[in-house]
Write a protein that binds this ligand. Structure first.
Ligand SMILES: Cc1cc2nc3c(=O)[nH]c(=O)nc-3n(C[C@H](O)[C@H](O)[C@H](O)COP(=O)(O)O)c2cc1C
Length: 171
């Protein structure tokens, strides 16, 4: 399958980036085609709710920022993986902007399955993050293949790597 991973941590050597790489390696080993994008390095503004896309824009967003590169990738992906650190008990802002900017196309055109990779310092369920992820999957009508979360003492460990591999195997 054609997989797109949106890696949203600004820390290039952090745990989220590591989990995203491990997901990519395991997916490629299983024969999938994978594109990994570091969205934290992109300039992607929040949705302005201007309504242009629902009128004159005919599905196109009026904001010409780095989201323009992401639209074809998100619309071409069959699997969308969100990789994000937890900031203030939920998914970081860097992942929220590209998701919310999909408003103009309603949903990514071909996505059938989604997965979530999360990093945090403290242990916790982070209901806000998992509920948001679940609701997006339901709203877009795609299969929720699950999530892997890693708190500080679980980061970059073999056990976490195995959980990521297991998540890939659910595709
Ligand atoms: C602005 C900010 C808010 C954070 N909020 C939380 C939090 O609510 N709960 C938590 O456990 N960790 C929190 N953290 C810690 C990060 O989630 C943690 O360091 C995580 O491993 C970062 O992922 P990374 O290694 O991919 O950058 C926060 C960090 C920052 C910078």
């Amino acid at each position: 399958m054609n997989i797109l991973i949106l890696q949203a941590s600004p820390r290039a050597n952090g745990n989220t980036a590591w989990m995203a790489e491990e997901y990519k390696k395991a997916a490629e080993a299983a024969g999938h085609e994978v594109t990994l994008v570091n969205v934290a390095k992109k300039k992607i503004a929040g949705c302005m709710a201007c309504g242009y896309c629902r009128g004159k824009g005919e599905g196109a967003c009026i904001q010409k920022d780095d989201m323009q590169e992401l639209y074809p990738l998100m619309n071409g992906a069959e699997v969308l993986v969100l990789a994000a650190p937890i900031y203030y008990f939920t998914l970081c802002a860097q992942i929220q902007a590209p998701i919310q900017r999909m408003y103009c196309v309603q949903k990514p055109a071909k996505v059938k399955k989604m997965a979530l990779l999360m990093s945090s310092y403290s242990p916790g369920v982070y209901d806000g993050a998992t509920a948001e992820f679940r609701d997006i999957c339901n709203y877009w009508g795609v299969e929720n293949t699950g999530f892997v979360s890693a708190k500080i003492d679980e980061q970059k460990t073999e056990a976490t790597k195995q959980k990521v591999v297991d998540l890939v195997m659910k595709l």
